[in-house]
Design a protein around this ligand. Structure first.
Ligand code: 1PZ
Length: 211
């Protein structure tokens, strides 16, 4: 369970971090078209998302390890590469963009994780009648399932049955309906420019997004 340490709830910290990232991107793009986002602040914001897993129970331990290890590998490479673009440029040069264990592939997966949470929050807010399980299953089906193996998809759909209820989730995040809606809306809005920025790093180099 996440304890409010006076600095705000987990959701508010996530929303803050992504608002800062999207501001960086907006201001950077305005100043000069060759703006590049640094890996370090990006990974730090992404690692805050891991806190959510704590509210999901043991069934998503595997997803947590998957996501967290990819974010950590990118963070470890931050001082060597500096920016997100540099990571992709290096893999383009060595023709390892989609190779297993390549950092460009890890960045693509982390981006899918950010989008999954965005879609989930959107579903969660769309109607009170939606259970967390329905909101998460539909988000997963749309954002991640097309790129996952049958075995992973099967494990995820089994895990969905073990998700907490809406009320349990809010309780463990230390939020009420109103505060959660506010933080989720802030994340939905702020994560979009970040996701778009990452997609553009691939498409501007002629890399398709179908993997
Ligand atoms: C309240 C939030 C409820 C969200 C529930 C979402 C559950 C999603 C479960 C996803 C399981 C992913 C399992 C591992 C998949 C791997 O096969 C892929 C491919 O890896 P590669 O072959 O490239 O090495 N890994 C991924 O796609 C990375 C992980 C994505 C999952 C991100 C979760 C996002 C954060 C959820 C936070 C609650």
């Amino acid at each position: 369970e996440f304890e409010d340490a006076g600095a705000g709830t987990a959701l508010s910290l996530i929303a803050n971090a992504f608002e800062e990232l999207s501001d960086l991107i907006k201001k950077g793009n305005k100043k000069d078209a060759s703006f590049e986002l640094d890996l370090k602040p990006f990974c730090e914001a992404c690692s805050l998302i891991s806190v959510l897993f704590g509210s999901l129970g043991i069934a998503f331990k595997f997803a947590e390890m998957e996501y967290t290890s990819k974010v950590n590998d990118l963070l470890d490479a931050a001082s060597l590469y500096g920016t997100l673009s540099k990571v992709i440029d290096c893999d383009v040069k060595t023709d390892t963009v989609t190779s297993a264990e390549s950092l460009t592939r890890k960045l693509r997966r982390v981006r899918q994780g950010l989008d999954l949470i965005r879609e989930l929050f959107q579903n969660f807010l769309a109607t009170d009648d939606y259970s967390l399980k329905e909101a998460a299953s539909s988000a997963y089906k749309q954002v991640c399932a097309p790129y996952h193996t049958w075995a992973v998809r099967t494990a995820v759909s089994a895990g969905m049955c073990a998700l907490p209820t809406r009320d349990q989730l809010l309780l463990s995040l230390n939020e009420n309906d109103e505060s959660a809606e506010n933080e989720m809306r802030r994340y939905i809005k702020a994560s979009l420019p970040v996701i778009k920025y990452i997609d553009n790093l691939y498409t501007s180099r002629g890399i398709t997004l179908d993997w």
